[in-house]
Design a protein around this ligand. Structure first.
Ligand code: DX5
Ligand code: ZN
Length: 230
């Protein structure tokens, strides 16, 4: 049983947007709770995207809170800068952080929420103690690196466990999911207990990104209401 019924959050991922028109692409999703920004360094993941100068520029160009997902090596060194730039939430990968507790302290000290992400193959159990120092848990439902991949339903067991730990007061994190979220998968993720849904291709690949976002939110809300009621 869930103790708190919150409206589902939707975080469109600009990885699927037009990088030459980021300000306009942000303006195309006024209903977004957060704007998800995938920072990839070509080392922690094979792909390379954007870094701090672009995040600083985006921060000036939109009022939507930025949710920076750092798929980079040595986030200990780089994560606080993204918080200083004004991001609402800065997520580092558990697999990449040298001292995850210190990273969390540094992110929070710079004024952002601190997020910890785990790849599909990384067990949640190994990180529960560390998560006591975090505000957000980002469960990857694809291998990080690229948009438009197929959703991996097997990660929902981790979502269910995290949901239970939060609802029983053992953890205090927002549960976020990232990868392959679409109208075909959002309901099962909502039923498992996700609070915040990242969606790249399902939002920016649509003719009307704002309408696609609100449709996902509606589906998620109905699925989680069903859960609370049952
Ligand atoms: C993948 C990124 C995701 C990506 C999701 O490594 O972390 O945020 O943008 O894209 P979709 O929603 O298309 O799977
Ligand atoms: Zn992401």
């Amino acid at each position: 049983m869930r103790h708190v019924a919150r409206a589902p959050m939707i975080a469109p991922s600009i990885l699927s947007a037009d990088f030459a028109r980021l300000a306009e692409e942000a303006a195309a999703v006024p209903g977004a709770d957060w704007l998800h920004v995938d920072v990839m360094d070509g080392h922690f993941v094979p792909n390379l995207t954007l870094g701090l100068p672009v995040v600083e520029a985006l921060e000036r160009a939109t009022a939507i809170p930025l949710d920076c997902h750092l798929m980079i090596n040595d986030p200990d060194r780089w994560a606080p800068g993204y918080a200083e730039a004004g991001s609402r939430n800065v997520t580092v990968h558990a697999e990449a952080a040298h001292d995850p507790r210190k990273v969390s302290r540094d992110i929070r000290a710079a004024g952002a929420l601190a997020g910890l992400s785990i790849k599909p193959g990384t067990p949640l159990e190994d990180w529960i103690e560390v998560l006591r120092d975090y505000d957000t848990l980002l469960v990857m439902s694809v291998e990080p690196g690229f948009g438009g991949q197929k959703f991996m339903p097997e990660v929902l067991d981790k979502v269910r466990t995290a949901r239970r730990l939060v609802d029983t007061g053992h953890l205090n994190v927002l549960v976020e999911i990232d990868g392959g979220i679409s109208r075909d998968t959002v309901e099962q993720a909502a039923e498992a207990g996700v609070d915040c849904f990242v969606a790249g291709s399902a939002v920016y690949g649509a003719d009307d990104p704002e309408q696609a976002l609100e449709a996902l939110r509606g589906q998620a809300a109905r699925a989680s209401a069903h859960l609370a009621g049952g």
